[in-house]
Write a protein of this length. Structure first.
Lengths: 327, 439
């Protein structure tokens, strides 16, 4: 048998579903396009600029870390680009670009690559980067002064000075609040991902359709927030429609790597996030409560998984005694 | 009758159209046949012939006294030219009897007894002598299955006609072409086991097979069950769960829950063994795939080399190709076409270049849960793959690696293309070693 006639050999199975990590990550990127488009519509060149800065930083950071750690570059798995886009969308469009650079660098470099690469990270990289720059605020305050001449001015936009609906909610200034319909479809304030819950839902619908996310986590988060805020005498719908809850529930908390792989674990994880969000919203200043909530619950994932493993086949019931012979 | 679904499982493309409408055709005579002395799960046979001996079709040429075993027979008349290790479809070298086949074959003559007059004990003995094993692929000796321990009471017989593996159509064709023989076999098995109920289980993508069986069925104790088409519906554990809603305990066997499962092909073999005293010397093999010129369902003599079947079906169309013995989800890829058809060979699938996947580079687990969602054993293939990969045998055992039935769904859906089945197969012996050390 000549080399040309050699048969291909491998272990079973010999059929393979088409889905790969790259296509899944690309699908997440696609699912973020509606809200990205809305952000660009509202914030114009500021949004474009911030997104380009984050994507570029993400790619360069991954290349750098892979080089240092002597691992093969994995840009084609789209995960760096997805993290970059996530980080950008977590910022207001007019955020200082160096803050975005630092957040993206920490997200891709520390939270993902140093943890062992995609699959091994305990914390959601984008949220880790976003929250890190909040905690680094004193350092950044120094940098802000120093880097101020490097800031970019891309022309005036009307929305940048608006208070976020969440701040209004927190101050109890309900009369200032935009209508629920406007809030839901598109209201330009806060982070870029917060401009339109509707478009987040459309993106999430695509992820459901492509079977990349499961209903359990988003349902548990939204359900918990709705119920708790209602019990505490708040308007639950306003809470759902404002801030980072939508992107958090559908895109961040459902991150494959940093959420539990057990079905019951997903529910517990979601409920935990929901409770924490309400605590942050009602008890603390209205900044990145969703991000902190998800990151805190990320840390509990290994514990949750160990406690919620399902009974496997052959262990569920006692062996039934065969029935008497039936005629 | 209401059928419960098992949890997990997946819809895999069927690819059955290549051969499902091709009637069973007798294979041409090979020049040489190779009869491995072990074609079953159990003890190996000792050869009963020497090099140079003339053998006749149907003559027993290997046997043993061991209980868990099945003798082997010459499937064609000829001369024994060698008794030596030959390549088996598993990739291992197996002691085999090589027979150079006579060009002129006399049609063997079989007895014809009334099965109704055969006692239980005689029937089991005939099944043993005929060398019958499970023909769905697992090749467990049927005579052993028919002699359950006395403390295990069996009240339901399941006949497996699911054929849930993609591509394969040999059982489908048998149900269409020989429904009467299948039902005769079922009745015999019911009598031997003393059970009052039998369920013939067929996936609903084979409606014509159900109809054919229905037409021939005159016994109200034999129920025809239409099951949803879902892989791995034909797995013993999942079939019992779906039909009887009983769960075979971990490490247990079907008779632990009062049932026994036989493949439809085995039913015909049992019927022929009891009625005609005919040993298991031929079986239907589906030779199929996008990459074979003329897919067929062939009635093949045991021992026929794969190369003879491939040539008979017009050869391989395009290279690189992959030749799989068995179904594509659980079957074994071949490095050469030298291995022979054995009693458990259900099919030979020739996959085209685009499906001829090698073991390729794979990524770390991204915990997408697709394997968890579809695993019919309700274990966690993601964790298992990580621990097996790292050689962490104890942890792999703790996550129930031994319960894996190697159906292949996890590796099929894995977006990181992790070779989970391969990792599990590599680790299972290590777990057994570890367990025996602990004892």
């Amino acid at each position: 048998m000549s080399a040309k006639d050699k048969l291909v050999f491998s272990a079973s199975p010999h059929l393979k579903d088409k889905g790969t990590v790259s296509t899944a990550m690309r699908d997440v990127f696609i699912a973020l396009m509606p809200v990205t488009a809305a952000a660009i519509y509202f914030f114009r060149w500021y949004a474009v600029f911030t997104i380009v800065v984050a994507l570029t930083t993400a790619v360069l950071t991954e290349l750098l870390f892979r080089k240092i750690m002597n691992r093969k570059p994995s840009l084609n798995d789209w995960s760096a680009l997805v993290t970059g886009l996530f980080v950008a969308l977590l910022f207001p469009a007019t955020a200082a670009w160096w803050t975005v650079v630092i957040a993206t660098f920490l997200a891709v470099g520390i939270a993902k690559e140093l943890m062992g690469g995609l699959g091994w990270n305990l914390f959601n990289p984008a949220l880790f980067g976003r929250v890190a720059v909040i905690l680094l605020a004193p350092v950044l305050a120094y940098a802000n002064g120093w880097l101020a001449p490097a800031s970019v001015n891309l022309g005036p936009i009307d929305s940048i000075t608006q208070a976020t609906p969440l701040a209004m909610l927190h101050m109890g200034a309900l009369d200032m609040m935009p209508s629920l319909g406007r809030l839901f479809t598109g209201f330009p304030a806060g982070a870029m991902s917060e401009v339109s819950p509707l478009l987040i839902l459309i993106g999430a619908g695509y992820l459901f359709y492509r079977k990349h996310i499961n209903w359990r986590i988003p349902a548990a988060i939204l359900g918990t927030v709705l119920v708790l805020t209602a019990i505490l005498g708040q308007n639950p719908v306003y809470h759902i429609a404002t801030g980072g809850i939508m992107i958090g529930a559908f895109f961040m908390a459902t991150d494959w790597v940093t959420s539990p792989f057990t079905a019951r674990g997903k529910l517990i994880f979601g409920i935990g996030i929901g409770v924490l969000i309400v605590v942050f919203r009602l008890g603390l200043p209205p900044t990145e409560g969703v991000a902190f909530s998800i990151l805190i619950m990320n840390a509990f994932v290994p514990l949750i998984e160990r406690r919620t493993a399902r009974p496997q086949f052959g262990y569920i019931k006692a062996v039934p005694v065969p029935m008497a012979e039936t005629k | 009758m209401q059928v419960k679904q098992f949890i997990g499982g997946i819809h895999v493309p069927h690819y059955k159209s290549f051969s499902e409408h091709k009637a069973i055709k007798e294979s041409s005579l090979p020049k040489e046949i190779i009869i491995p002395l072990v074609q079953h799960t159990g003890a190996p046979n000792e050869p009963l012939v020497k090099v140079g001996d003339r053998v006749k079709a149907g003559q027993m040429i290997g046997s043993t006294d061991k209980f868990v075993s099945a003798p082997v027979h010459a499937s064609l008349s000829g001369t024994v030219t060698a008794i030596e290790p030959r390549l088996c479809f598993t990739g291992e070298m197996t002691q085999s009897i090589v027979i150079t086949v006579d060009e002129q074959q006399e049609a063997p003559t079989w007895a014809d007894v009334d099965p109704a007059r055969v006692t239980k004990e005689e029937a089991v003995k005939l099944v043993r002598e005929a060398g019958i094993v499970g023909m769905g692929g697992a090749a467990f000796p049927t005579s052993v299955k028919l002699s359950p321990p006395p403390d295990k009471k069996i009240d339901a017989l399941l006949i497996n006609g699911c054929e849930c593996e993609p591509f394969l159509t040999c059982d489908h064709r048998l149900m269409l072409e020989k429904p009467g023989d299948i039902l005769m076999g079922v009745k015999l098995l019911m009598k031997v086991l003393g059970v009052g109920k039998a369920y013939v289980c067929v996936e609903d993508n084979k409606a014509d097979a159900i109809e054919a069986l229905q037409k021939k069925n005159d016994d109200p104790a034999i129920m025809l069950m239409k099951l949803p088409t879902k892989y791995p519906q034909g797995s013993e554990k999942h079939l019992v769960k779906a039909v009887l809603d009983r769960e075979i305990p971990s490490g247990g066997l079907p008779f632990d829950v009062g049932t026994l499962i036989q493949n439809v092909g085995t039913c015909i073999a049992v019927y022929e063994a009891v009625r005609y005293k005919k040993p298991l010397i031929e079986r239907v093999v589906t030779v199929t795939g996008q990459n074979i010129r003329d897919p067929q369902n062939l009635l093949v003599k045991i021992g026929t080399p794969l190369s003879h079947l491939i040539a008979q079906c017009g050869g391989i169309v395009a290279r690189p190709a992959k030749v799989v013995v068995g179904g594509p989800m659980t079957g074994k890829a071949q490095k050469t076409l030298d291995a022979p058809v054995v009693k458990g060979t259900t099919g030979v699938v020739v996959l085209p270049p685009e499906l001829a996947l090698e073991d390729m580079e794979y990524l770390d687990c991204v915990r997408c849960c697709k394997c968890v969602e579809h695993c019919p054993m309700l274990i966690y293939p993601n964790q298992i793959s990580i621990f097996c990969e790292a050689g962490m045998v104890e942890e792999a055992d703790a996550w129930n690696t031994m319960d894996c039935v190697e159906c292949g769904i996890c590796a099929y859906v894995c977006p990181s293309r992790r070779p989970i089945v391969r990792l599990v197969q590599r680790t299972k012996p290590l777990i057994q070693e570890l367990r025996s050390k602990k004892k």
